[in-house]
Design a protein around this ligand. Sequence first.
Ligand code: ZN
Length: 250
Amino acid sequence: MLKKILSLITAALLCSLAHAQTPKFRVLALYTTTVESDHVDFANDAIKYFTTLAAKKGFVLDTTTNWKNVNDEYLKKYQLIIWLNDFPQNELQRAAFVKYMDNGGAWLGFHVAGYNDKYTKWPWFVDFLGSAVFYNNSWPPLPAKLIVDDPKHPIAKGIPVHFVSPINEWYGWLPSPRLNKDVKVLLTLDPANYPLGKKDILRGGDIPVVWTNTKYKMLYINMGHGDMIFTSDIQNKLFENAVMWLGEKK
Ligand code: ZN
């Protein structure tokens, strides 16, 4: 019996070693520490969460605050790029990102990473995001009820169709990305939340919070404001599913 237990332990150790030596995929998370403090808090919590997840699931997570790393040479070794709280700063970085996505790279963007308006002047990105343009937001940050649109999608595995997402600032979009034929909406704000907010109020309408543009390996997640985002096991599972789906997507 003891021999059997020892051989099982050895097998488990060898397996975990193999895990450590051959990562399933490599992820680069980019963020900025000089943006709105609630967005920095989110990035710091996200790095903690995804570092633990990387060890558990056998992928590599690198992090950087240097957006100059958004260049062809540097991005080559990563299967997934995450923007935690910011986006490329100039034309060179934008062009490198477009090339990366066109060559089959994957992207996960949180919250303000998807922000765009008439001043950002990056039509490619608006198309990439599924034509969604930032329209309004809720304030102060509040929890919200969410609905899973497609319970069979890999990112919804183990997620109930209705759950409460922790305190976040929620964005509205005009047009809604759902109107784009290439977009698949995966989670939506439950209309039961309306009116959502006190100072700034989301009063109604169709507000997707997680979606993918099926022309790319990409996922946008509206959560990402403040230090409460990782306090829900259900939502954490959604983030895990998102990274594993994008990292392993062929
Ligand atoms: Zn925010």
